[in-house]
Design a protein. Structure first.
Lengths: 285, 168
């Protein structure tokens, strides 16, 4: 059995840990083993990479070194972290000059990047174990209509994420369908949630989110399913603000795919802290 | 508009594949598919965030057109990587935009949230530092405490690479 190094990331670990709780419970049910390592920030592919690409490479490579020291693959609970770690490895693998430059820096803290360990987004690990997921499901979620939002960095750039079709993603839908829920298609499935641009230009982030939510509402979804903490926060915390700003009435609960799976596996909503969501789930499951 | 050949070379050399930029024929698929262009550019293609213009200016070495314009010209990018996927010439646009952002940051012109995050990482090794209330919540939910990262190692990397000098 493969043991993964758990990369929960800053947002899940230090802000919305209930998502980690649900994920750990689901991993346990399907036999995915994890252990911890003292990882730093991945760092953020939309923030720190924009600040200084070389520092982003060095800090990211240092994280990969920690997993390499144990010879274990990394499992990331977050699109951003998976995108950074895979992106760092991609840049260093294809550019020896950069790799030597970064390794010269890492040598000063007693590390050396080789690029030998696998870096996995947790959705891909779940998909590989879909049979076990199906086996662990005790409760069919047949009366739920779910809109899937895998988020940009899960599948783009396809060049180094190598996870799904970059513009017509299907993995998350397949996993949701395994719970018996109805997957609803909507027009803006591959549209960004608007989170990254919101830091500098909140109004533009809001406009993008509004477009996304209008499309989800039109499709008649009860729930939005996500697999990224940045998208989760964007959807869960901003619907009320949008309603005030645009005179809309968005009120769509947002669930992490591992929360949906946990509920389908018979784990109680209390055990996974669903009460910490801003928008509560309406239907009893 | 003057061409800055040094800047043009930096763009071409930024990544192993960034010289692909020279195959851009300005088809506008990037801008047509950009979610930020969609909410900022009007019907007559005026104003707003425009990835196609950034590529043209970078290719021609029009440094002043990029860095002399409103910050939105660079920082309107939401890093969704959609342009990379729709580009018929396989140009990795987002990587080139990342380079433009790095230059803008070094000039002290990045948005405040960019400096704030880098500072948080420098000080805590995490973009979001640990808080007592969340630590208690983790404990209540029966999940282990986050393994504390080595802040000294992160600060050593920052200092040796001169990254700390770019902080505000």
């Amino acid at each position: 059995m493969t043991e993964y190094k758990m990369f929960e990331g800053c947002t899940i670990g230090n802000r919305i840990p209930f998502i980690e709780a649900a994920s750990r419970k689901v991993f346990e049910k399907i036999g995915v083993e994890t252990s911890q390592a003292p990882f730093s920030c991945c760092p953020d592919p939309t923030g720190m990479k924009s600040f200084d690409n070389d520092a982003w490479l060095a800090i990211g490579a240092r994280n990969i070194c920690l997993a390499e020291a144990e010879g274990k693959p990394i499992i990331s609970l977050c699109n951003g972290c998976a995108n950074t770690l895979r992106g760092v490895r991609h840049q260093l693998k294809h550019d020896n000059i950069k790799k030597d430059k970064i390794n010269a820096q890492l040598a000063k803290i007693g590390k050396n990047f080789k690029g030998t360990v696998e870096i996995k987004h947790f959705v891909d690990v779940i998909k590989e174990n879909l049979n076990k997921v199906q086996g662990a499901i005790t409760k069919q979620l047949s009366d739920l209509k779910i809109a899937c939002h895998p988020g940009c960095h899960y599948m783009r750039p396809a060049e180094w994420m190598e996870s799904d079709d970059p513009l017509h993603p299907k993995n998350l839908k397949e996993i949701v369908a395994a719970t018996g829920a109805t997957v609803v298609d909507y027009g803006e499935e591959s549209l960004c949630c608007g989170s990254a641009v919101s830091g500098a230009y909140p109004d533009y982030g809001d406009e993008i989110l509004k477009k996304k939510l209008l499309s989800v509402s039109k499709a008649g979804a009860d729930v939005i399913c996500v697999n990224c903490p940045a998208c989760f926060q964007q959807f869960d915390t901003k619907q009320k603000d949008l309603n005030k700003k645009f005179n809309t009435n968005f009120d769509i609960p947002v669930l992490y795919i591992t929360e949906i799976l946990a509920l389908a596996m018979g784990i109680s909503s209390e055990d996974i802290g669903l009460k910490f969501h801003r928008i509560r789930l309406k239907k009893e499951m | 508009m003057a061409t800055d050949f040094e800047f043009r070379k930096q763009v071409m050399d930024y990544h192993v594949s960034s010289e692909l930029i020279k195959y851009c024929y300005q088809c506008n698929r990037c801008t047509d598919n950009c979610p930020v262009s969609d909410v900022t550019i009007d019907f007559y293609s005026q104003g707003g965030y425009n990835p196609r213009s950034n590529i043209l200016n970078a290719l021609l070495g029009y440094k002043d057109a990029i860095f002399g314009a409103d910050k939105l010209a660079i920082w309107g990018c939401t890093v969704c990587d959609t342009c990379d996927e729709v580009c018929p010439q396989h140009i990795e646009l987002t990587e080139i935009f990342s380079f433009l952002k790095n230059v803008s940051t070094a000039k002290g012109n990045a948005p405040e949230n960019i400096y704030a995050q880098a500072k948080a990482i420098f000080e805590n090794a995490k973009a979001i530092p640990s808080q007592a209330a969340i630590e208690r919540r983790r404990q209540q939910m029966g999940i282990p405490a986050v393994a504390a990262p080595d802040v000294n190692e992160i600060q050593t990397l920052f200092k040796n690479m001169g990254t700390d000098k770019k902080l505000k």
